[in-house]
Design a protein around this ligand. Structure first.
Ligand code: IPM
Ligand code: MG
Length: 359
């Protein structure tokens, strides 16, 4: 019996719908396995801008710092999309990643045998695909300084900065090696070392970490050819570790292998706290707020359920409970559950019911 305080950050668009369904699934798991989960909900993103003026209110961050686990839906939408706006929902997401020190974003991409037909990629390429992306999450272009826009004579100039320290690279690459040890022992470090100085540092540190873990094979791949290999030979990857923006782009590409973005969960992890032995973490689907289908009950909640499973496994050490959700999702798909993103007609609620039936 475990007691856990779970913070829910529903956010915007389909976020509240899929988080609500995940709560139902988690309540069911708690009942079946005899745990007591206590849920509180806090605003982030556009809804937080509307109610407090701040995409990450300090109370939300404080609640996440105290929580045993944090589950996030999605942020953003057309209402807050004005490029001239001073505050944007996405700033809330970046601020919580940075605020909790979540430097590694794990995005597993597995191809469910039943969903091979949902992918535009040829079936023979998809069999057995099982990739773990580890995207660096608190550095690189997303956070580098300077970041500015200025008038230079007649012209307008804008600057973003891609920067990494050796330590930022080392901690995320080390994590990649640790996770590869429990898998097929291959790490592909993705960079653009033929052009970028930050990538040359990245490669140097990856080699250093690799030398200290000889049982894991390390290979380097340039990001452009990695994008190609993801479609031509996706089975050839095990663990991919890469900088923030490369990881953002490559994981959207890789979602096509899994049939839909609506299938991909993620876990964002920080450092181990030596005092508590716990890691700060946040679990969220890879998909966004999907404003086009928000409020219609059509969203695929499976990525959210699988994120909840990652939360049970990594955040609360509840392995059987996590596996129960994953196998319920598998069986629901095997029995034909298809939401609209997968070419079917099932609603969000239908998907929840199908998964609950197998729990
Ligand atoms: C993601 C999203 C975010 C990112 C956006 C919403 C800021 O695309 O989590 O992949 O770029 O990190
Ligand atoms: Mg993205």
């Amino acid at each position: 019996m475990k007691t856990a305080n779970i913070v829910l950050l529903p956010g915007d668009g389909i976020g509240p719908e899929v988080v609500g369904e995940a709560r139902t699934v988690l309540e069911h798991v708690a009942k079946r396995f005899g745990h007591s989960f206590h849920f509180t909900s806090h605003p982030i993103g556009g809804i937080a801008i509307d109610t407090t003026g701040n995409p990450l209110p300090p109370e939300t961050l404080a609640a996440c710092e105290k929580a045993d686990a944090v589950l996030l839906g999605a942020v953003g939408g057309p209402k807050w999309d004005d490029p001239k706006a001073k505050v944007r929902p996405e700033q809330g997401l970046l601020a919580i990643r940075r605020g909790l020190g979540l430097f590694a974003n794990l995005r597993p991409v597995r191809v469910h045998p039943m969903l091979v037909a949902s992918s535009p990629v040829k079936a023979d390429r998809l069999e057995g695909v099982d990739i773990l992306f580890i995207r660096e999450l608190t550095g690189g272009l997303y956070f580098g300084k300077p970041r500015l826009r200025e008038k230079v004579g007649e012209r307008t100039r804008a600057v973003d900065t891609l920067e990494y320290t050796d330590e930022e690279v080392r901690r995320v690459v080390k994590l990649a090696f640790r996770l590869a040890l429990g898998r097929r022992k291959l790490v592909t470090s993705v960079d653009k070392a033929n052009v970028l100085e930050s990538s040359r540092l990245w490669r140097e540190i990856a080699n250093e970490v690799g030398a200290s873990e000889p049982s894991v094979k390390l290979e380097h791949q340039l990001v452009d050819s990695c994008a190609m290999r993801l479609i031509t030979a996706p089975r050839s990857f095990d663990v991919i570790v890469t900088e923030n923006m490369f990881g953002d782009i490559l994981t959207d590409e890789a979602s096509v292998l899994a049939g839909s973005m609506g299938m991909l969960p993620s876990a964002s992890l920080g450092d181990l706290d030596p005092r508590t032995g716990k890691r700060k973490a946040l679990y969220e689907p890879v998909h966004g707020s999907a404003p086009d289908i928000a409020g219609k009950g059509l969203a695929n909640p499976l990525a959210m359920f699988l994120s909840a499973a990652l939360m049970l496994r990594h955040g609360l050490a509840l392995e059987s409970e996590a596996a129960a959700i994953e196998s319920a999702v598998d069986r629901a798909l095997a029995e034909g559950l298809r939401t609209s993103d997968l070419g079917g007609t099932a609603t969000t609620r239908d998907a929840t019911d199908a998964v609950l039936q197998h729990l």
